[in-house]
Design a protein around this ligand. Structure first.
Ligand code: SF4
Length: 447
């Protein structure tokens, strides 16, 4: 069970030295209890207390990484049931499944679809993270070859070995051991061999059962066999089963601290009908699945699922932002127009899109206003004449600008006088109130 703030407080040095960034040890303890701080922030806590707290403050859903290298994907580490309590931590992984019996051409095509699935949406890179190769041919050598082909074709993808035959899984693991594939295939029948294979190679083991009781029982057996990185698939098929089973697991792990179910959930959403598959996968995204198996990754489906996932896994308390910098659009020259806006992602993408539409080369200075839109940032005192002037004079990227004219959003036309005072030698021009007026505005100036 999670420790309370008072229980944690008893283990702290109680000197109120503030080195952790909190005014008192008790305040820090309360934040630790809410999992909003890390024990490492206190430099004076004893090793013994650290060990006790480390265990108690570990997330109720075990964290693990699928794959290797920079593009390895984190799973688990969830702390809450609802995202209004605190943000969900690690977005679910989509794994595109292909049977080895489909032939090399299809395996190659599916692996390429995974490798080329990445899109950029409001500044974030979104993709299908994994390829799952299903053992359907009955031929272990054929399976290992298909796994190797998929792994080589999608070098950044996580690998899922969808296989319950221990000897075929072993041959496939040997072919791609360095990629740390996830073994999706421990059942009541093969548990001993699969657990040994996962343990020997340091792999994540996905345990399959029919219903929560069986999968929990099997997970305990895998743990007893020495495998710690486990994933649970309780065999939920319908949307209702997925919601009921996944909610029960998440609730037990988080509210009751039940370690027996404190693992990421895997859900097989494969359906013959792609629209139905997308719908079932959407349910799994919304309700706690950490790995979602699909059989088709069409662009329309990817876009829908990526968007849903992105919206659920962003922090509702933190607006999406783009970095502060001067963005160059269409290869501007030193005397191209210089516009300014705030760093709220949607503001940036709308304004930058309209500047691109104008076909007029320009610079767009994006100022860090903590992700607020123009009017909100102005009202909050973050997009003021003083702050804009400071950014223009001290910020990076303005050294390439020779024409001292700054175009400000029409919504903050009121700032123009004060800005001219704060930026001597600069001409302040008021741009359009709405972004859709930008093309005509820029073209009119260029004419
Ligand atoms: S750094 Fe440690 S001792 Fe100092 S106030 Fe924070 S918790 Fe207390």
């Amino acid at each position: 069970m999670a420790m309370t703030g008072v229980e944690i407080f008893k283990l702290l040095p109680k000197t109120n030295c503030k080195k952790c960034g909190f005014p008192t040890c008790l305040a820090f303890a309360m934040k630790l209890a809410q999992r909003q701080a890390d024990i490492s922030a206190c430099p004076d806590v004893s090793e013994e207390a650290k060990a006790t707290l480390g265990e108690a403050s570990a997330p109720p859903i075990r964290g693990m990484k699928l794959g290797v290298g920079e593009k390895a994907t984190k799973m688990g580490e969830e702390n809450v049931l609802f995202r209004h309590e605190k943000r969900f931590v690690n977005p679910c992984v989509f794994a595109l499944n292909v049977p080895d019996s489909a032939g090399d051409d299809i395996v190659l095509t599916r692996a390429r679809e995974v490798a080329e699935s990445e899109i950029d949406r409001v500044g974030q890179k979104l993709r299908v993270e994994a390829i799952s190769i299903e053992f359907a041919s009955g031929d272990a050598a054929r399976y290992a070859a298909a796994v190797k082909l998929a792994a080589d074709t999608a070098p950044d993808a996580g690998l899922v070995l969808n296989c319950t035959d221990a000897s075929a899984a072993k041959a496939a693991v040997q072919a791609v051991a360095a990629r740390k594939p996830l073994l999706y295939g421990a059942t009541a029948e093969n548990m001993e061999a699969m657990a040994a294979l996962a343990k020997e190679n340091g792999l994540i083991l996905a345990v399959r059962g029919q219903g929560l009781d069986e999968v929990t029982d099997l997970t305990a057996k895998a743990k007893a066999a020495g495998v710690n990185d486990l994933v649970m698939d309780g065999g939920a098929k319908t949307a209702r089963e997925i919601i009921e089973q996944n909610t029960q697991v998440r609730r037990s792990a988080i509210k009751k601290g039940d370690k027996a179910v404190g693992f990421p959930i895997m859900t097989n959403c494969i359906r013959e009908d792609s629209m139905l598959e997308a719908t079932v996968a959407a349910v799994a995204v919304a309700k706690y699945s950490s790995i979602i198996l699909i059989s088709q990754a069409e662009r329309w489906k990817n876009l829908a699922l990526f968007t849903l996932r992105q919206n659920l896994y962003t922090d509702p308390q933190v607006p999406m932002q783009v970095p502060q910098k001067v963005y160059e659009i269409a290869d501007p020259t030193p005397d191209s127009p210089l516009m300014i806006t705030t760093n709220f992602s949607l503001t940036y993408f709308i304004v930058a899109g309209e500047v691109e539409n104008s076909k007029v080369p320009a610079r767009l200075a994006v100022m860090d206003c903590e992700g607020l839109s123009v009017l909100t940032a102005w009202a909050a005192g973050k997009f003021t004449a003083n702050k804009i002037a400071q950014y223009i004079t001290e910020g990076e990227g303005f050294d390439k600008v020779s024409k001292k004219e700054l175009i400000i959003p029409g919504q903050v036309a009121i700032l123009s006088g004060a800005l001219e005072d704060k930026l001597p030698g600069w001409k302040i021009t008021v741009g359009p109130r709405e972004a859709n007026g930008i093309p005509a505005f820029l073209k009119g100036r260029a004419a």
